[in-house]
Ligand binder design. Structure first.
Ligand SMILES: Cc1cc2nc3c(=O)[nH]c(=O)nc-3n(C[C@H](O)[C@H](O)[C@H](O)COP(=O)(O)O)c2cc1C
Length: 198
């Protein structure tokens, strides 16, 4: 059974991101996949403190973080997953602070001894898993996808955990009403895209 891990960096219950994730996970479950969803807004992780302790041990396995919080469990789940949906609304041209906090904690996937100028990715040579990148914005989707930094940050997230993006869903023009609902066309797009994960 394919195990898919969903990381949702939206702040809002039943907003556009939640609706897209619900649509995608329904479709995946009906295709027989096992889903685990992490709602970052309810998930107790702290900020990275830039100590780079986790980057000092060599090897392909994630390094040990000095923080003793739920991120340890989440890293284990990432390791056991076959594919990912990485989702965040676009705020001020990039992922939400909530999602960025999660991304910074993925530094355990970098090997970066103090004498090296830049980190090496531990999963660079590992067999690649698949990831879908999901975002939304008030601007038209086309602008969101190409002008903002969100896609790049979601792509970096995939890269850190050893995944290759196999599709991107950027839902635009979502800022028109407080409880905006996905259109039938947007929902169909979300349903069709998840097939790339299986
Ligand atoms: C603080 C804040 C910053 C935002 N910045 C942008 C932006 O830079 N560009 C844009 O097109 N939309 C922006 N938006 C609109 C959000 O992208 C939109 O509300 C979000 O995608 C909806 O996702 P949700 O329903 O899951 O909350 C911003 C919204 C907020 C509240």
């Amino acid at each position: 059974m394919t195990r898919i891990l969903v990381i949702n960096g939206s702040y809002r219950d039943r907003g556009i991101t939640d609706q897209i994730i619900t649509t995608m996970t329904e479709e995946l479950e009906s295709a027989g996949a096992e889903i685990q969803t992490i709602l970052l807004r309810n998930y107790p992780i702290e900020f990275c403190c830039n100590c780079r302790e986790c980057c000092q041990q060599p090897g392909e396995l994630p390094g040990r973080c000095i923080r003793n919080d739920a991120m340890g469990e989440l890293i284990k789940t990432i390791e056991q997953s076959d594919g990912f949906i990485l989702a965040s609304p676009t705020n001020f041209g990039t992922v939400t602070a909530l999602f960025k906090r999660f991304l910074e904690r993925l530094m355990v996937y970098g090997y970066w001894p103090w004498e090296m100028n830049a980190p090496k990715l531990r999963k660079a040579n590992a067999a690649k898993k698949k990831a879908l990148l999901v975002s939304s914005c008030a601007a038209p989707g086309f602008f969101g996808r190409w002008l903002y930094g969100t896609r790049k940050q979601l792509k970096t997230t995939a890269q850190m955990i050893g995944a290759t993006p196999v599709g991107t869903l950027f839902t635009g023009l979502v800022g028109k009403e407080p409880d905006q609902q996905l259109s039938a066309k947007q929902e169909a797009k979300a349903r069709s895209l998840v097939k790339k994960l299986l």
